[in-house]
Design a protein around this ligand. Structure first.
Ligand SMILES: NC(=O)c1ccc[n+]([C@@H]2O[C@H](COP(=O)([O-])OP(=O)(O)OC[C@H]3O[C@@H](n4cnc5c(N)ncnc54)[C@H](OP(=O)(O)O)[C@@H]3O)[C@@H](O)[C@H]2O)c1
Length: 318
């Protein structure tokens, strides 16, 4: 089968389009014929960093290259023993083995069945593939950790990016009042997702406009920004950080002001995928796919995600 292998950490020139052996579905796994893959900033981060590459993606015995990637949508070709929930021919999507070895940059992926959900019939594979790592992060931050509820005021930073555009829609689906931030070019897009207000981070400070958020969802790599997010939350509210760690200074400030802090790393989870699938089937959650790449152009998708300016999601068609 075709796979995009990485010989070592570094630039996109280390990728090669290769022929490797097709995997088999072990017990509890399904073999998925992949139709679309989504690309996230973490894909590029792991590609660059040797320590993370070695820790997360141990090559199989006899292999001397790595296979990156976690986010897939495709069709079940074979089921391993003990798999009851899916059968050959089902269209499924999910984030495979994150944080670990997903091996998603390939024509076939052996995936634990309990990490997948059925793809809604009204959603094409590229939009399903997109709604995996990024959508799960938004779900696990807002729902699992911050326990979002109707009427909450939710401040979503980077609302026009991959995670942010799902966070806005998930928050709206719970009946929240949503304020999104982004650069001015993203205003119309973020409002079209359902955000009630938009803050252009280049010209306005979010904490001057929002001081009573029940939940602040922060994806910015900057400790100073996290302090500002704590400033924007109300007493009893929550700040969810998916990028920066809370240091002593943040924790002290949050404690003084009675604010809960959650630093999360997304985890593969089939039950959460089912919730995402349901929202998509009901038309309450959409993927905005701003670019589609051919499989052989996957390295170009890495270049795009590294700009940090992507609108919604980008996917690779297999
Ligand atoms: N912890 C986890 O499990 C987890 C999971 C997923 C992602 N992440 C991390 O979360 C971050 C976002 O991921 P993503 O997939 O959404 O990335 P993305 O698709 O590249 O989107 C990033 C967005 O950030 C916006 N942005 C940049 N600086 C900003 C600022 N100061 N204020 C507001 N918006 C700003 C950019 O839009 P503009 O053009 O408007 O600047 C862009 O739309 C990445 O660092 C990623 O590694 C963590």
């Amino acid at each position: 089968m075709k796979a995009m292998t990485l010989k070592e950490n570094g630039g996109i020139e280390n990728f090669s389009l290769s022929e490797i052996e097709k995997p088999e579905a072990n017990a509890g796994e399904v073999l998925v014929k992949v139709k679309a893959i989504s690309i996230n900033p973490v894909d590029a981060g792991v590609r660059r960093d040797n320590a993370t590459l070695q820790r997360m993606l141990r090559p199989k015995e006899g292999e001397d290259t790595f296979i990156l990637g976690w986010d897939i949508s495709g069709t079940v070709e074979e089921t391993g023993s003990g798999v009851k929930e899916f059968k050959k021919g089902d269209d499924v999507f999910g984030m495979v083995n994150f944080p670990g070895n997903g091996r998603a940059y390939a024509e076939y992926v052996a995936a634990p069945a309990n990490q997948l959900a059925l793809k809604p019939k009204n959603v094409p594979h590229e939009e399903a593939a997109a709604a995996t790592l990024a959508a799960l992060t938004a779900w696990q931050g807002l729902v699992t950790k911050a326990k979002i509820k109707k009427g909450d005021k939710v401040l979503v930073h980077a609302a026009g990016g991959g995670v942010g555009h799902y966070a806005v829609q998930i928050a709206k689906s719970f009946g929240a009042y949503v304020v999104g931030t982004g650069s001015s070019s993203k205003r119309d897009f973020v409002v079209s997702l359902g955000a009630d207000e938009f803050i252009d981070y280049a010209s306005e400070k979010c904490e001057n406009k929002v001081k009573d958020a029940d939940i602040v969802f922060d994806s910015i790599a900057d400790g100073e920004h996290l302090l500002r997010s704590i400033d924007a939350a109300k007493k009893g509210g929550s700040v969810v950080s998916i990028k920066s760690n809370f240091g002593d200074e943040h924790l002290k400030e949050a404690k003084t002001r009675g604010i809960l802090t959650f630093r999360i790393l997304v985890q593969s989870n089939g039950e959460d995928m089912k919730q995402i699938s349901n929202l998509m089937a009901e038309g309450k959650l959409h993927s905005h796919v701003s670019a589609k790449y051919r499989f052989e152009d996957l390295p170009k998708a890495h270049r795009q995600i590294e700009t940090g300016k992507t609108i919604g999601k980008i996917v690779v068609m297999v």
